[in-house]
Design a protein around this ligand. Structure first.
Ligand SMILES: C[S@@+](CC[C@H](N)C(=O)[O-])C[C@H]1O[C@@H](n2cnc3c(N)ncnc32)[C@H](O)[C@@H]1O
Length: 235
């Protein structure tokens, strides 16, 4: 892993605080990680040829590591901004029986300069901070590096057609009663983060962006029961 970025103590403690709240979210299945990564596993386990897997915004790769077990994976490459997350990813991925490489940095930049092909590109809840143009650029770069027959799979914040961002955010707030494992401080931190940084696209937008990025087939693999998040496959 490139190690030129050395986080200072404030960055580390902020990361740990945010990461603890994110881990609760995953472990309590607030955002349906279980169902989504089960779908990802089912999809990958059915592939016959060995595949090169690119994990965009991999975080600690904890769920990906489980989903990739007993699949014909040939190699794993993960990209994330947070070096602390990649330290955890390195540990979580130790049982994979293929070469593993991790890259610290902005995935938009990394993808734009990447030439190594991938067969499967996975984005798990990491694209929604970008505005539409940024997302489209990422999708175009993914399309460019996908090998023939390759596929982009992602799970992302998604608005209903005709729904505004504010309406989506208002529906996001309705999750509070179900998120009992969060205390008020955890909830407020996550809510503030989502309000400041999340930019969901509508279902129709995803289809239009797929076409603009050069994909000819779009399939919806999963819709969260809250209808706030959707999983897509694009080829
Ligand atoms: C919500 S977490 C998702 C982690 C994991 N993919 C999952 O499904 O649980 C989002 C991750 O994307 C990373 N991330 C967000 N924007 C990024 C960017 N522009 N470049 C690289 N990583 C980014 C964050 O550091 C974080 O680890």
């Amino acid at each position: 892993m490139p190690s030129s970025f050395v986080p200072d103590e404030t960055t580390i403690s902020l990361f740990q605080q945010h990461w603890r709240v994110y881990r609760i979210m995953v472990e309590e299945n607030f955002l349906c990680h279980r169902e989504v990564y089960d779908r990802l596993h089912e999809f990958l386990a059915e592939l016959e040829a060995p595949f090169r897997f690119l994990d965009v915004g991999c975080g600690d790769a904890a769920c990906a590591a489980v989903a990739l077990k007993e699949t014909p994976i040939a190699s794993y490459h993960g990209i994330d901004l947070a070096p602390e997350a990649l330290v955890k990813a390195q540990i979580n991925l130790t049982d994979l029986s293929c070469p593993v490489s991790l890259e610290v940095g902005d995935y938009a930049h990394a993808l734009h300069h990447r030439t190594a092909p991938a067969d499967v590109v996975w984005i798990g809840l990491s694209l929604h901070h970008s505005r539409r143009r940024g997302k489209l650029t990422v999708m175009r770069d993914v399309r460019r590096i996908l090998a023939p027959g390759g596929i982009l799979l992602f799970y992302e914040n998604t608005r209903r057609d005709g729904e505004s961002r504010d309406e989506w955010l208002a529906r996001w707030d309705l999750q509070r009663p179900a998120w009992t494992a969060y205390d008020d401080a955890d909830w407020t931190m996550m809510r503030n983060h989502v309000r400041a940084a999340d930019y969901p696209e509508t279902c129709s937008d995803w289809h239009r962006m797929a076409e603009a990025a050069g994909f000819s087939e779009v399939r919806e693999l999963f819709v969260a029961p809250t209808d706030l998040f959707r999983m897509y496959a694009m080829a």
